[in-house]
Design a protein around this ligand. Structure first.
Ligand SMILES: NC(=O)c1ccc[n+]([C@@H]2O[C@H](COP(=O)([O-])OP(=O)(O)OC[C@H]3O[C@@H](n4cnc5c(N)ncnc54)[C@H](OP(=O)(O)O)[C@@H]3O)[C@@H](O)[C@H]2O)c1
Length: 262
């Protein structure tokens, strides 16, 4: 395969920080028209101002809270009936702690943003891609997708959903020219760690803690090649692969103390 042509517009969710901001910068640099989605529109406006001079293409800001049906519908409407898209389904967050003690509203919000919004936006973007045999969807999952994670139970389950959904849809679309990929990063230096309450644990991971820039570069190279799954970093790839051969009960028991709150 080859890079998605720059005539295809890109919509990036969660573009107000971290990986999403990285994807927006890189895709603007390639010359794509951009739609930036998140709740913090002040940040999106600042980024759009910075990106507009990079190409002669429009950079649009679309404020949406993907936890709400109104927010999801606004983005779905933007994607529907307008030809092919390069959709970067990146918005998401994590929560940590005993499942039974977690804030139920926040846990439900995690499912809505990480899983339902991603599924609905992909469903909205794909018909125009299939019709024109161009574009595709890059879904941001996580290495958390490869096994259950005690103390991050909902988060890991949403990412397993993303990985399975992506693999299945990518397989349905084989030979159509439309690419669908799951990006499965390990710990990456963004605002994620603070939001999820895992920042200290991430810092202790030393060289395993990747920069957003290197994750985005690896992801776009894999997407250009037409890969279905991308796990950036050799150690992350080894971890994702090894859980397939270690018994599931052992994986659960090994991970429990790692993610327990200290
Ligand atoms: N960093 C890591 O270690 C890591 C590892 C594996 C996977 N990931 C995944 O990578 C993706 C990007 O996260 P990140 O690491 O870049 O973290 P981040 O810096 O915290 O960025 C998260 C983005 O998601 C957006 N978002 C969160 N809730 C939203 C909502 N209700 N509506 C709309 N947008 C929302 C945020 O925008 P607003 O707050 O402005 O709405 C922000 O732009 C996530 O799916 C995450 O699960 C991260």
């Amino acid at each position: 395969m080859h890079p998605v042509p720059i005539s295809v517009p890109a919509l990036v969710t969660g573009a107000s920080s971290g990986l999403g901001e990285g994807f927006a910068r890189r895709l603007a640099g390639r010359g794509h028209e951009l739609v930036l989605v998140a709740r913090r529109t002040d940040r999106l406006e600042r980024l759009a101002e910075e990106l507009r001079p990079l190409s002669d293409k429009p950079v649009e800001v679309l404020g949406a809270d993907l936890e709400t049906s109104a927010g999801r519908n606004r983005v779905i409407a933007r994607l529907t009936g307008t030809g092919p898209w390069l959709l970067v389904n990146n918005a998401g967050f994590g929560t940590r702690g005993h499942f039974a003690e977690q804030d139920p509203k926040r846990e439900a919000g995690e499912v809505l943003v990480n899983a339902l919004a991603l599924q609905q936006l992909m469903r909205a973007a794909l018909p125009g891609c299939v019709e024109t045999r161009e574009g595709g969807v890059l879904n941001v999952a996580s290495t958390a997708a490869f096994q259950p994670i005690p103390h991050m139970a909902t988060y890991a389950a949403t990412k397993a959903f993303v990985l399975h959904l992506t693999e299945a849809v990518a397989t349905e679309l084989r030979g159509t020219g439309v690419r669908v990929m799951a990006l499965c990063p390990g710990p990456t230096r963004t605002e994620f760690g603070d939001v999820a309450g895992v920042e200290g644990d991430f810092e202790r991971m030393g060289p395993l803690f990747m920069s957003a820039g290197s994750v985005v570069s690896t992801a776009l190279k894999a997407f250009d090649r037409g890969d279905v799954i991308c796990v950036p970093g050799m150690v992350n790839l080894a971890g994702a692969t090894s859980v397939r051969v270690v018994p599931r009960f052992a994986v659960r028991r090994i991970l429990e103390p790692v993610f327990r709150k200290r």
